[in-house]
Design a protein around this ligand. Structure first.
Ligand code: HEC
Length: 146
């Protein structure tokens, strides 16, 4: 599986400290993940036909597809209960770039535009194109126990 997330140089840790200090100022601009609702809209437009309304991998186009669209509600369960943000971002990024192959379509247009900092497992804050961050947040919100 191609792992092509462009991990840009990390935002300084300073960012979060500044946010803590300036709650009132422009912090909201870049300190928060897009809401899962924002990701859900993108999901409904771009993913539901394969991954299904509930993310179970049972969308209308899924039948007969090989490999099958992934069950997106079990990503954490299959990873010992922790949602692997880096891995999922790499997957979404990979098919956004068309490097992932398989049936996944390309969403390259999403890679331009503004980024938001996303906290990754290693403690870094990595700038991620906003639509990808929104999808990540949505997928994280629909995880169910295995
Ligand atoms: C045309 C069908 C199709 C569409 C549309 C589609 N996917 Fe997929 N997706 C697949 C298939 C098939 C796989 C499993 C094979 C693979 O990993 O390439 C997959 C795998 C994935 C994985 C990897 C899961 C894992 O455990 O590694 C993620 C994450 C994912 N899709 C998210 C999305 C998101 C988010 C969207 C919408 C932006 C989307 N997919 C749209 C077919 C699709």
């Amino acid at each position: 599986m191609a792992q092509t997330l462009p991990l840009k140089p990390r935002l300084p840790v300073l960012a979060s400290s500044l946010c803590a200090l300036s709650v009132l100022a422009g912090c909201a601009l870049w300190s928060f993940m897009p809401s899962p609702a924002e990701g859900q809209r993108l999901y409904a437009q771009n993913c539901v036909q394969c991954h299904g309304a509930s993310g179970l991998g049972d969308g209308d186009l899924a039948q007969g597809m090989a490999p099958r669209p992934a069950n997106l509600t079990q990503i954490a369960a299959q990873n010992g209960g922790a949602f692997p943000r880096t891995r999922v971002l790499s997957a979404i990024d990979g098919y956004a770039k068309g490097t992932r192959g398989g049936a996944m379509p390309e969403f390259g247009a999403w890679l331009g535009g503004p980024t938001v900092p996303v906290a990754l497992e290693d403690g870094s804050q990595t700038p991620v194109p906003r639509p990808l961050a929104a999808l990540l947040g949505y997928l994280e919100s629909i995880q169910t126990p295995g």
